[in-house]
Design a protein around this ligand. Structure first.
Ligand SMILES: Cc1cc2nc3c(=O)[nH]c(=O)nc-3n(C[C@H](O)[C@H](O)[C@H](O)COP(=O)(O)OP(=O)(O)OC[C@H]3O[C@@H](n4cnc5c(N)ncnc54)[C@H](O)[C@@H]3O)c2cc1C
Length: 466
């Protein structure tokens, strides 16, 4: 056996690199097998602000900022309303450089990276996993206790991926054009557009459409002609046509899919290999990093506390189910905005039946120290596996609007929230928390609970007070 490791990670994209970083930090031996010699062709993607805490948790934010990779981008939007609107966006990143920094961080944390390398075979025996790979024209045998599939949408390990949204395909091209740094999102007739430029002389322009519309058109005209025809219909991206296409037009599957069994006793799927989102949300990278952090705790538990294996697998499945629900609802709401004014099956099917209970904007009134509070009626405190100090353990979480939260800032939430099961004065509640959280932190935590509508202010001019 040439290599013997605790964990072999197949794929060195954001999910694979993040998993390798975290597992190496936790003291495990990790080998990442990445098939390509460079991460990916010229690709720009947008990152949402909630990616920052994940980059912090992975201790890679400084390196990413040092390389100037997070480019703030204002978004020009023409969505449900034909009027053009400017919004603050998150960031744009060149994925080639972003992926390279993450994989470099995995190596710096102690993981080995084999690249370019191709897996030839994989077999599970009584003593663990046995993989055969080719690297530098040499065959390499790898023995591994756990295998992690982080190979992206196609996935490497067997398993059925269920569609969690209507089929969607992306036609993607990079144009030589001198547009300034920015991002463009637009609803078309029965398709939508996403474009971005890092201000480096190239603009990436993507059309998202139903494959049922693409296939016959492509047969008649060819993919490039279909793509250019649709780009010409875009108010925001048609200026690209004044430049020239750099390279070919790529066709990529963009359908939302999920594997309902993303973890077993010694194998785990991470990032897009476990569940891939509709790109409309721009949450793909964030969710890949998030799933890798959860997967690291699951693998850590499987390796060091095998008795808690089932709990860990249950935790991972639950997290994924919640994420799929959450992002599915968000995508349906965004499609529904257009479906209201455009009576076309493309928009109607994607809007589905939008939950009547759209979450209200996150707004709350300041609560006076002597004001009254209570747990919001739609909040549940449930027993279940939780992530605690790098392991998955039995615990409780607080669930609201389908989202469970066990800890905030390292503080277990359930007992603190349970203290407000009935109306209670804010000052009494804060005092009851004092053995667990000190004054200023308790105040911030209270604000957080109000902002996320887990607690609400109540009028207690009547009875039932504490
Ligand atoms: C058209 C489109 C636009 C998108 N836009 C955005 C966006 O703007 N913002 C955003 O956040 N997300 C976006 N996404 C989603 C985002 O790209 C993915 O969610 C993210 O890349 C997932 O990361 P990953 O590491 O799971 O997979 P990937 O990034 O796909 O990485 C998988 C890695 O595994 C390697 N690999 C594959 N097979 C093997 C094998 N057999 N052996 C070894 N290595 C292998 C690949 O070379 C690759 O490096 C978009 C997706 C699509 C389809």
């Amino acid at each position: 056996m040439d290599r013997q490791v605790d964990v072999c990670v197949i794929g060195g994209g954001p999910a694979g690199a993040a998993l390798a970083i975290r597992l190496a930090q936790l003291g495990h031996s990790v080998l990442v097998v990445e098939r390509s010699s460079s991460p990916r062709p010229r690709t720009v993607e947008s990152l949402v602000p909630s990616v920052l805490p994940l980059l912090d948790a992975l201790q890679v934010r400084t390196a990413i900022e040092r390389h100037g990779l997070l480019r703030p981008a204002a978004v020009t939007v023409r969505w449900a309303d034909p009027a053009i609107e400017r919004r603050d966006g998150g960031w744009l990143v060149g994925r080639q450089a972003f992926d390279a920094v993450l994989l470099g961080a995995a190596e710096a944390a102690g993981a080995d990276v084999m690249r370019p390398a191709r897996i030839l075979s994989i077999a599970r025996r009584d003593d663990g996993w046995h993989l055969e790979a080719v690297h530098d024209s040499r065959r390499v045998s790898i023995a591994s206790r756990v295998v992690a599939d982080a190979s992206g949408r196609c996935g490497w390990l067997p398993g059925r991926k269920r569609r969690t949204g209507p089929r969607l395909v992306a036609l993607e091209g990079a144009w030589r054009s001198g547009r300034p740094q920015g991002m463009w999102v637009e609803a078309g007739e029965r398709h939508w557009y996403w474009g971005a430029s890092l201000g480096d002389g190239f603009t990436q322009a993507t059309v998202f459409l139903d494959p049922a519309d693409l296939v016959p058109a492509r047969r008649h005209e060819g993919a490039r002609a279909v793509y250019e025809r649709l780009i010409a219909c875009s108010e925001l991206l048609s200026p690209c046509l004044q430049g020239t296409l750099a390279g070919s037009v790529r066709t990529r599957d963009a359908t939302a899919r999920a594997d309902d069994h993303p973890a077993t006793d010694d194998a785990i799927k991470v990032g897009d290999a476990a569940f891939a989102l509709d790109p409309l949300s721009s949450h793909g990278v964030q969710s890949a990093l998030g799933s890798a952090l959860h997967a690291a705790a699951v693998v850590h538990t499987i390796l060091l506390r095998p008795a808690d294996r089932a709990l860990a697998i249950d935790f991972y499945r639950g997290c994924q189910r919640d994420a799929v629900d959450f992002h599915g609802r968000a995508a349906r709401r965004a499609y529904a905005e257009v479906a209201r004014s455009r009576d076309d099956p493309f928009w109607r099917r994607r809007a589905g039946s939008v939950d009547p209970e759209t979450p209200p904007p996150e707004r709350h009134e300041a609560v006076a120290f002597d004001g009254w509070l209570q747990v919001s009626p739609d909040v549940r405190i449930e027993p279940g596996p939780v992530l605690c100090a790098d392991f998955i353990v039995a615990g409780s979480h607080v669930r609201r609007a389908g989202r469970p939260t066990a800890f905030v800032g390292g503080v277990a939430l359930a007992p603190l929230v349970a203290a407000a099961a009935g109306p209670i004065r804010a000052e009494t509640l804060l005092r009851s928390w004092s053995p667990v959280v000190d004054g200023p932190r308790a105040g911030r935590l209270l604000q957080w609970l109000l902002r996320h509508q887990i607690l609400q202010a109540v009028d207690c001019s009547g009875g039932g007070r504490r």
